[in-house]
Write a protein that binds this ligand. Structure first.
Ligand SMILES: Nc1nc2c([nH]c(=O)n2[C@H]2C[C@H](O)[C@@H](COP(=O)(O)OP(=O)(O)OP(=O)(O)O)O2)c(=O)[nH]1
Length: 144
């Protein structure tokens, strides 16, 4: 049996708060996406079996945004359900990028190097609440 709807699944997702020149990279999901279509999110995705966490994140960032990052430190960890049988364990790392030339994959339709106020305006409340709870903005040194 594959990743079926009858089994309970736990998925590990690594995400990056990617900083460059006081701004953070966020991506907008493609409109055709079945879950959370067209919502803004941080960059990253599921780890592959056997992968190191930082290695998985650097790979996902390269796939989704076409940039190289250095993964600095763990900012926070959280867990939530995307459906009653699928639990996500999400780890968010601070990442630094020197390149800001983003190349999107088909999974996303837009990107933004967001200021602090843009982050609060575009990101969904679930993500904003995590950023507030774990003082993410204070840990980065962002521009307003
Ligand atoms: N609570 C919380 N959720 C977040 C944060 N960042 C972030 O992208 N999310 C959400 C958006 C997505 O719905 C979810 C998982 O992202 P994902 O794209 O890797 O996984 P997915 O379940 O959508 O699977 P897939 O379509 O990519 O295959 O995490 C965050 O900081 N906190």
């Amino acid at each position: 049996m594959g990743e079926g709807i009858l089994e309970n699944n736990i998925v590990v997702v690594v995400k990056g708060v990617i900083e460059n020149k006081g701004r953070v990279l966020i991506l907008k999901r493609s409109g055709a996406d079945e879950v959370a279509a067209a919502s803004w999110e941080t960059v990253g995705g599921k780890i592959d079996f056997g992968e190191e966490l930082e290695e998985a994140l650097a790979r996902e960032v390269k796939e989704e945004a076409g940039i190289e990052v250095s993964v600095e430190k763990l900012l926070f960890a959280t867990t939530f359900f995307t459906d009653p049988h699928r639990q996500i364990v999400l780890l968010t790392y601070l990442c630094r990028a020197t390149d800001d030339q983003v190349i999107l994959s088909e999974e996303h339709s837009e990107y933004m190097w967001a200021t602090q106020s843009e982050l609060y305006h575009y990101l969904p409340m679930t993500i904003i609440n995590d950023f507030k709870k774990y003082n993410v903005i204070d840990k980065i040194g962002m521009i307003d």
